[in-house]
Design a protein around this ligand. Structure first.
Ligand SMILES: [Zn+2]
Length: 501
């Protein structure tokens, strides 16, 4: 019956469309599937006219077909938010859930272009890792001119395309203000990553001892805090951690305001969000690493203040540059991670989250084993790099234009990142043959060039206000969809393989 309906559809529309076979779903004698013509994807809904009447899909065009045996109405619909909401009413699994309901570790696959979810789903196949498929930071959303709703919708359409029945999560990443938080709640996000970096005082190390003392003594809450921490010893694994006057003052002055921010945002979430949710506290965007002692203080303070959080993203020791391997001494990282993990088991109730996780292959096995599989990892830019790599393979001329443009905006765009990129070490693309362009994606400097200039590339317009690259990038990836999906899926799978113990 199902196959017959699809065959009839293809025959009726004269092979104008390709059906995504995995997407075909049946419910109450109606069929739902995704298809594409030469330019776009659509949702198709098919069934007996009486059955379809109950459903509220807005339709682009429809056709009645009768072949004697079957009497069906086919509706072709745009992939709008409203139509997606209708689908979600029918297929409840198209809604994100909290990873905390599941024992396995979680992994976020940010998708800057909003078309990579099907590839991400392929990568997760057979892995015991909870996928967070909708995930984009506030910064990425601004730079790609997207929105939280679009990030969510794109991921869910991707699930539908693959016939994926979940579970999956959704992460409103690096939320910094209440408007953003409210928007994320409205969109039904399940994981909220709060980023208090604007409230972290990064200047403490520059203070003199007397300045530090003076600033600390001005804090009205210091007596309360001292009662809880000063000169107390915490047995963390084999180590004893204790807060002396100076170290406590330093930590409180650095993170005190950030804690207040988290408490405020958490209360807001509890009040406004009636659904189950989970919280990540991200303190990774600081100039220096989070010391184990600071970690202990932050989580103890959050728990004391009644904040229930599931993930903590410290700034781990070493350099976490975008899109390339870990830079630093891996043994030092391992040793310090051990201590962080012991704090997690001492305090309990949350897992460690690793940001800028793209391409940190050497770190993964250590991170998985040290945390005892109690971890979350985020990647995003690496999927964009695979998209750009696909463009270089399928439309070399377009890639050359993008590359040359990226070189002109790198210096401006690098300000929000800690990078050691040396543009001089990128081969001159005029000297590369088309088929050699792909080698740029094995060059760390070229990777970072494309990784961080994505926003400028996607937003650049010509004199007439048309996008200079964006539409052509999407068109290329649409035409060469299989190649794009394959590149992304293999690359993400390469990450996940290292995490499967
Ligand atoms: Zn982060």
């Amino acid at each position: 019956m199902r196959q017959k309906a699809i065959d009839l559809f293809i025959k009726t529309f004269n092979q104008q469309y390709d059906v995504y076979p995995l997407s075909v779903k049946e419910r109450d004698n109606c069929y739902f599937f995704l298809l594409k013509d030469k330019e776009k994807k659509y949702l198709a809904v098919a069934g007996k006219p009486a059955d379809l009447q109950r459903l509220n899909f807005s339709t682009k065009k429809e056709k009645k077909i009768s072949d004697g045996e079957l009497d069906l109405l086919f509706k072709i619909c745009h992939m709008t938010h409203e139509n997606l909401s209708q689908l979600q009413l029918i297929f409840k699994y198209l809604k994100p859930t909290c990873s905390k309901k599941f024992p396995e570790p979680s992994f976020g696959t940010g998708d800057r272009l909003g078309i990579a979810t099907p590839a991400h789903i392929q990568a997760f196949k057979g892995k015991n890792i909870f996928p967070i498929l909708a995930q984009l930071s506030t910064r990425e959303i601004t730079r790609t001119e997207s929105s939280l709703q679009r990030v969510m919708d794109n991921a869910i359409w991707g699930c539908f395309e693959m016939g994926f029945e979940g579970p999956f999560g959704s992460d409103a990443d690096h939320i910094k203000d209440l408007d953003n938080l409210q928007e994320a709640i409205n969109c039904g996000f399940t994981l909220y990553t709060l980023d208090p970096s604007d409230y972290i005082n990064n200047d403490i190390a520059k203070y003199s001892k007397s300045e530090l003392k003076q600033k600390y003594q001005e804090l009205p809450e210091r007596h309360e805090i001292e009662k809880r921490y000063l000169d107390r010893e915490f047995n963390i694994g084999k180590e004893k951690l204790s807060f002396g006057q100076d170290s406590l003052a330093e930590i409180v002055l650095t993170y005190g305001e950030a804690i207040k921010y988290i408490v405020k945002f958490y209360k807001f979430l509890k009040e406004k969000n009636k659904e189950d949710f989970e919280l990540e506290v991200s303190i990774d965007e600081t100039p220096g690493p989070t010391s184990p002692l600071a970690h202990l203080w932050i989580v103890s303070e959050l728990q004391y203040r009644g904040v229930s959080f599931q993930n903590l993203a410290p700034h781990f020791i070493g350099d976490w540059e975008k899109g390339i391997e870990y830079v630093g001494d891996i043994n030092t990282f391992k040793k310090e991670l051990e201590l962080h993990c012991q704090i997690v088991s001492h305090v309990g109730g949350y897992k460690l989250s690793l940001h800028s996780g793209s391409d940190k292959f050497s770190v993964y096995p250590i991170f998985a084993s040290e945390t005892g599989n109690l971890f979350h990892i985020k990647t995003a830019g690496t999927s964009w790099l695979e998209a750009a790599k696909t463009v270089s393979l399928c439309q070399p001329d377009l890639y050359r234009e993008i590359h040359n443009f990226a070189l002109t905006c790198f210096e401006r765009d690098r300000f929000s990142y800690q990078l050691t990129t040396d543009l001089k070490k990128i081969p001159d693309i005029e000297r590369l043959k088309d088929e050699e362009l792909v080698t740029l994606f094995s060059n760390n400097n070229a990777r970072q060039l494309i990784h961080i200039t994505y926003g400028s590339i996607l937003r650049e317009r010509d004199e007439e206000g048309r996008y200079r690259f964006k539409d052509r990038i999407y068109q290329t990836l649409f035409t060469y969809e299989k190649a794009h999906y394959q590149a992304v899926a293999e690359h993400i799978k390469g990450h996940l393989d290292l995490l499967s113990l």
